[in-house]
Design a protein around this ligand. Structure first.
Ligand code: 5GP
Length: 120
């Protein structure tokens, strides 16, 4: 299946839709989730057209992969959640519950986050 460049994050990357940006470099954009599930809820995305971790891990350059990983660490530090702790999560595909078909890492923090996944 080809990358769908009409997805909402592709539109944010092209500047067609605004976002509350917290970090950007050559390979990565990070912005606050429009429907936050925690006091800190940021989406960290690669700028390249990757749908999933599967594609990203197999085909992205080392520079893109390093940039995404480093961006998560920098955003966590910049937003002040390192000391109390935080959670990084990526929903992949149907069973993972992925809604937007552009790879994104959720970074949650600012409160006790509870169970890792729902019990059922
Ligand atoms: P997923 O379920 O695919 O892992 O997560 C998609 C996330 O994107 C959801 O948490 C949702 O609130 C967020 N989202 C959807 N549309 C927009 C938007 O237009 N702007 C922002 N900032 N977040 C969005």
């Amino acid at each position: 299946m080809a990358y769908d460049d009409s997805n909402i994050f592709a539109r944010i990357l092209r500047g067609e839709i605004p976002c509350d940006k917290v970090f950007e470099d050559d390979h990565v954009l990070a912005f606050r989730d429009i429907n936050p599930q925690a006091p800190v809820h940021v989406l960290v995305i690669p700028k390249g057209p990757y749908r999933s971790w599967t594609e990203f891990s197999a085909t992205a350059s080392d520079g893109e992969i390093a940039a995404l990983v480093r961006a998560v660490g920098k955003v966590a530090a910049d937003l002040g959640v390192v000391e109390q702790g935080y959670r990084v999560l990526s929903n992949i595909g149907a069973d993972g519950g992925q809604e937007v078909p552009h790879l994104h890492l959720h970074l949650f923090g600012g409160r006790r986050l509870g169970r890792m996944i729902a019990a059922d």
